[in-house]
Design a protein around this ligand. Structure first.
Ligand code: AMP
Ligand code: GLY
Length: 421
């Protein structure tokens, strides 16, 4: 089969890497891809939201199946459009993707289907939100309704921070239309875990758990980022808890969406806050997570394309999904100095050729090729993933690789995995 992967970040590199090992896959294209993906796939210079041109590319080149990485094309209806043109595609429709693209939709949905989540109120006028804040105790969490590249949530400890978050979203429109409406929700203490699952709209098969390190600095300090590293599986989340998350969160979500007439097919991601024996949903994503995917897919024994085909044909219940047993992975993000604020791009990346370990993969996120050189081209540049018999060994392996790679002003957290070993 000829496959097109849409996207060009770290999770798309991991998807391309895993798909290119499939016995069903002969050729992979990736739009727009990056310098690392180019070693496994043919990059195609079409933006991930240029839905019409992606469809035309698929038709012209005889692509059999398209896999969508990012949320933007999903929320803009790439799956609906491809379905109309009778092109095979993996991912949820625009309506099913609302579970990620509108927090208000997701919260109302969880309320209706009794899925545990933080209590919340939604607002479409800044004055009302500010009035609410003035009459409630903090901390509270303020979130833009729409897609904000993972940056739309603020945990406010003071009234000033809380009001600022409302103004930034609703008045300054830092995230454009995404901040036209907001929610204010209860702050949940606890430990975070991500549980991604494959689903064909009926059957739900969870992946291994993972936990990402969201803050920019060691010890969990500094602003939130798109993710500075991940571990998988999370050794503190036992099987019983995973089973409960599947039964109390993932299955009711998939059933609820089907019941509402917009069945969800693809990868459903639940971000969960666990506290003692209880848990609540923080958010849903309608796709693979980043950088969870870079740590999770190396642990998948089964053929990813085969799973996707089972989903495509509504036969996931027949699929058998195997994970590497007693193997853990650690993913360390190497970023541009300054990220998540201002940073410079275009620095040559050195040392990539020194990585020679069959339990380490260097996934590229923000890289591009300039002549013979591979240079930085984004905030998060590389995702170094290693796996081993325990988290400590995986962590040591990943950091040994990180030490061999460098560029001007490179930055990474030094504590990925710590806290779990
Ligand atoms: P979200 O965009 O909803 O995933 O929020 C981004 C991050 O903010 C989450 O991964 C959590 O670390 C944090 N967060 C979001 N909502 C809450 C909450 N209600 N209580 C505590 N932390 C939260
Ligand atoms: N790791 C969170 C996300 O992919 O949005």
């Amino acid at each position: 089969m000829k496959i097109l992967v849409v996207g060009g970040g770290g999770k798309e590199h991991a998807i391309v890497w895993k798909l290119s090992q499939s016995r069903f896959v002969e050729k992979v294209y990736c739009a727009p891809g990056n310098a690392g993906i180019a070693r496994l796939a043919e990059n195609v210079n079409i933006a991930d939201t240029d839905i019409r041109n992606l469809a035309s590319f698929v038709e012209k080149n005889g692509v059999d199946f398209t896999v969508v990485g990012p949320e933007a094309p999903l929320s803009e209806g790439i799956v609906d459009y491809f379905n109309d043109r009778k092109l095979n595609i993996f991912g949820p429709t625009r309506k099913a993707a609302l579970i990620e693209s509108s927090k208000i939709f997701a919260k109302d949905f969880m309320k209706e289907f009794r899925i545990p989540t933080a209590s919340f109120v939604s607002f479409d006028r800044a004055e009302d939100a500010i009035h609410f804040l003035e009459h409630h105790s903090l901390p509270l969490v303020i979130k833009a309704d729409g897609l904000a590249s993972g940056k739309g949530a603020t945990i406010a400890d003071t009234l000033e921070e809380a009001k600022d978050a409302v103004r930034r979203a609703m008045i300054e429109r830092a995230w454009g239309e995404a901040g036209r409406r907001i929610i204010i929700e209860e702050f949940l203490p606890g430990h975070e875990v991500s549980l991604l699952a494959f689903t064909d709209g009926k059957t739900v098969l969870p992946m291994v758990t993972s936990t990402e390190y969201k803050r920019v600095s060691d010890g969990g300090h500094g602003p939130n980022t798109g993710g500075m590293g991940t571990i998988a599986p999370n050794p503190n989340v036992d099987k019983k808890t995973v089973d409960r998350i599947v039964e109390e969160v993932l299955k009711p979500t998939v059933d609820g969406l089907r019941y509402r007439g917009s069945p969800f097919k693809g990868v459903l991601y639940a971000g969960i806050m666990i506290r003692e024996n209880d848990f609540k949903v923080l958010e849903f994503n309608c796709r693979f997570g980043d950088p969870e995917t870079q740590a999770v897919l190396p642990l998948l024994e089964s053929d990813l394309m085969e799973i996707m085909l089972h989903i495509h044909h509504d036969r996931l219940e027949e699929a058998e999904i195997k994970w590497k047993e007693n193997i853990f992975s650690v993913c360390v993000i190497m970023a541009s100095g300054g990220y998540p604020k201002r940073y410079k791009k275009g620095f040559q990346i050195k040392g990539l050729d020194k990585i020679n370990d069959n339990q380490t993969v260097v996934f590229h996120a923000g890289t591009t090729r300039v002549g013979e050189k591979i240079v930085t081209d984004g905030g998060r540049v590389l995702a170094i993933t290693s796996w081993d018999k325990n988290l400590k060994a995986a962590r040591d392996r990943a950091y040994r690789a990180v030490e061999k790679i460098s560029w001007e002003k490179e930055y990474h957290r030094k504590d990925i995995g710590i806290g779990f070993i």
